[in-house]
Design a protein around this ligand. Structure first.
Ligand SMILES: [Zn+2]
Ligand SMILES: [Zn+2]
Length: 320
């Protein structure tokens, strides 16, 4: 019998080690250590015709958005849910991030805002001002305040170069423009060109500055905490080979992001739609830390190359 995922692991922290995740009870190889849906996900533009923009499932008969050519869905239900959520604000500008040369991280940073109306973030304003108190309990898989948890993920801002901060601030300002044009603040999803000109002239409101800061924080956090969502393709239903993995989206997970990574990982990850499932690769004792893996780099590159590339990306020095 498989353990219930919500009871298999718990996050902890210490001043010397930062945040980490341990097993609540002994786990066997094959047990699920953690499983959860993404707080937000962003499909790669090249997958728009084959996968659902909302749940990331394969869309064998894609249901198009009636308002744009930039999104398709697996079902009318997903289309309608997206139309009442993030796509309401992104529909008119679904091609804009590509035109501006935005990265997938920038698309996801924007989606982390558009999945909720601005009233959601305004309600969390005080808690976001002191997120430490929410580190352990500030949201979960189904938690309505899951943004508090993703907001408080590591951003390593102390190690950033000024140029890095400047570029991300510029990108946050651009994403804020897209939000404004998409009617996120006015409540009008389809504003006229006159309205756009009026908005161009005014100073950003306090609300807009607040949301702009969240966009910047999202860009910083995602650099170290975004998960590549992929699917595995097989040449035949009856054989494991030939096989390849294919990236379909970028996503952020409130609980699974707390797992540290190791070249001697204890869990492997798979995806079902936008749901991540971390499964034990070997037996784990109660209280033992659970480690995620670094992905294909561990198998494809030498140790020396891996250390250099991972250290540069995550801004740390590797420890044996
Ligand atoms: Zn769907
Ligand atoms: Zn649309």
């Amino acid at each position: 019998m498989r353990h219930d995922s919500s009871n298999s692991s718990s996050s902890s922290s210490s001043s010397s080690r930062g945040r980490f995740v341990v097993a609540r009870h002994p786990l066997r190889a094959g047990d699920v250590a953690c499983a959860e849906r993404a707080y937000a996900s962003a499909l790669y533009p090249e997958r728009a015709g084959t996968h659902c923009a909302r749940c990331l499932s394969r869309a064998d008969a894609p249901v198009p958005c009636p308002g744009c050519a930039g999104a398709a869905f697996c079902s009318p239900a997903c289309r309608d849910e997206a139309a009442g959520s993030f796509h309401r604000f992104e529909c008119r500008f679904s091609e804009a991030p590509t035109g501006f040369g935005c990265s997938q991280v920038a698309r996801l940073a924007l989606r982390m805002v558009t999945v909720h109306p601005r009233s959601y973030f305004l309600r969390l304003r005080d808690r976001l001002a002191s997120p430490k108190e929410d580190e352990e309990n500030g949201g979960n898989e189904e938690g309505k305040d899951a943004y508090v948890r993703v907001f408080s993920l590591a951003s390593n801002n102390a190690q950033r170069w000024p140029e890095d901060n400047f570029r991300r601030a510029l990108m946050a300002a651009l994403l804020l423009k897209i939000l404004k044009a998409g009617g996120y603040f006015s409540g009008k999803a389809d504003i006229s060109e006159d309205d756009e000109e009026e908005e161009e002239e005014g100073e950003p409101s306090e609300e807009e500055v607040f949301i702009g800061r969240l966009l910047l924080r999202n860009l910083q956090v995602l650099q170290f905490n975004a998960h590549e969502v992929y699917e595995s393709l097989r040449g035949s239903r009856r054989a494991l080979k030939p096989w390849k993995s294919q990236s379909i989206a970028l996503a952020v997970y409130p609980r699974c992001s707390y797992f540290n990574h190791s070249c001697m990982a204890s869990v492997g990850r798979t995806f079902v739609g936008d749901r991540i499932v971390l499964t034990c690769l070997r037996p784990v004792d109660q209280g033992e830390e659970l480690y995620e893996n670094y992905g294909p780099t561990f198998y494809m590159k030498s140790v020396a190359t891996t250390l250099v590339s991972l250290g540069a990306h995550y801004r740390w020095r590797y420890q044996w």
